[in-house]
Design a protein around this ligand. Structure first.
Ligand code: 5GP
Length: 189
């Protein structure tokens, strides 16, 4: 079984991660987005095998029993998410490096298993006030879910020192350039 390298990106919602990941993938054709498995329902416009591998809970649990996951987690009550071993292998077989976009707990698990071949990146918003402002401006949160996301971000921030690279996204152009430089240095392409 051949393995290449792995890039892991973790960031709280509102940190600008989606834009940075999109730009990174455009700039680095040797990277391929690792599609996670999950049991939540697809949102409008989401496509199976593109955004996620959407599974029923029973199927997901069968995959857990078969040891098909590098890591899996119940990210929200009753909703499972996980990185399939077969997904990483699919990308390595294509001669590319997977870009794994998961939360802190998932990132720590990937780090544990693949220490020698993975580079982990934590993207920080410039401050909690800025994060709050971005989430409010996005207009997608209720007051309760806003607080939940801020609390999760505060909790996750404590793990930032365990990542290989911590990037502060206070200037999108600068953060994009830094991200591409870090990844290029690690993957050698
Ligand atoms: P969403 O449902 O909004 O797409 O994602 C919810 C959360 O699940 C995000 O924090 C995302 O990072 C996390 N997530 C997505 N895929 C995985 C995965 O494969 N493993 C883990 N541990 N978390 C994931």
């Amino acid at each position: 079984m051949s393995t290449g390298k792995i890039i892991v990106i973790t960031a709280p919602s509102g940190s600008g991660k989606t834009t940075l990941v999109k730009r990174l993938l455009e700039a680095c054709p040797h990277l391929e987005f690792s599609i996670s498995a999950c049991t939540r329902k697809p949102r409008n416009g989401e496509v199976h095998s593109k955004d996620y591998y959407f599974f029923e809970e029973e199927e997901f649990k069968r995959l857990i029993a078969e040891d098909a996951f590098v890591e899996w987690e119940m990210v929200y009550a009753g909703k499972y998410y996980g990185t399939l071993k077969s997904e990483l292998q699919r990308i390595w077989d294509a001669g590319k490096s997977p870009l794994v976009d998961i939360d802190v707990q998932g990132a720590l698990a990937v780090m544990d298993k693949y220490k020698a071949i993975c580079h982990t990146i934590f993207i920080e918003a410039p401050s909690m006030e800025e994060l709050r402002k971005r989430l409010i401006n996005r207009g997608t949160e209720t007051p309760q879910s806003l607080e939940e996301r801020i609390n999760k971000a505060e909790h996750e921030l404590a793990f930032a020192p365990r990542f290989d690279t911590v990037l502060v996204n206070d200037d999108l152009e600068k953060a994009t350039a830094e991200l591409i430089a870090v990844v290029t240095r690690f993957t050698g392409c």
